[in-house]
Design a protein around this ligand. Structure first.
Ligand code: 8GT
Length: 145
């Protein structure tokens, strides 16, 4: 294993975006070759640079990876995941308005998905998002008290 010993690792903040279409579909991407977990499916995003805000990192990653300009994004939930290669603090945002059609500019595959997803394998740090989306869908379908 490379990198720092597990006990001494500082968490790395990661901005992750769920592009949500009006029909409920959300965008998933495959991790490009050469990265840990290459070929696994995740939500687009990447690490914050030193001193960078979450909103800025999200906008930068979406421009770089997808050629999309984020117009409206709201922080949703965070999740810490302890991988052998890194300790990450994932900051998930919901993206509800953007300019442009997403393109796989880093060689990644893209797919608009709905539940249950038909792509796989899904990255361990992206799986809880599918559960959160399923919980939300359940809440919406329950009648008001
Ligand atoms: N983008 C993204 N990363 C995730 C998700 N879930 C999850 O555990 N991660 C982890 O968060 C980290 C993101 O790093 P990355 O390698 O994609 O970021 P980056 O584009 O800045 O990479 P770079 O270091 O090659 O420039 C990885 O350790 C990845 O495994 C997810 O849903 N989306």
């Amino acid at each position: 294993m490379s990198g720092q010993p597990k006990a001494q690792r500082e968490p790395v903040a990661v901005a992750v975006g769920l592009m949500l279409r009006q029909d409920g579909a959300f965008l998933m991407a495959s991790r490009p070759q050469g990265k840990p977990y290459a070929g696994y499916w995740e939500f687009p995003g990447g690490k914050l640079e030193a001193g960078e805000s979450l909103q800025h990192a999200l906008a930068r990653e979406f421009e770089e990876e997808l050629g999309v300009r984020v117009r409206e994004a709201q922080f949703w939930k965070s999740l810490r995941v302890d991988y052998p290669h890194a300790l990450v603090d994932l900051q998930f945002c919901r993206i509800t308005a953007w300019d442009g059609e997403p393109l796989g500019l880093e060689g990644q595959q893209l797919s608009w998905q709905s539940l249950p997803v038909t792509v796989g394998p899904v990255l361990p740090g992206a799986l809880p998002v599918l559960e959160w989306l399923a919980e939300e869908r359940l809440k919406r379908s329950e009648p008001d008290q």
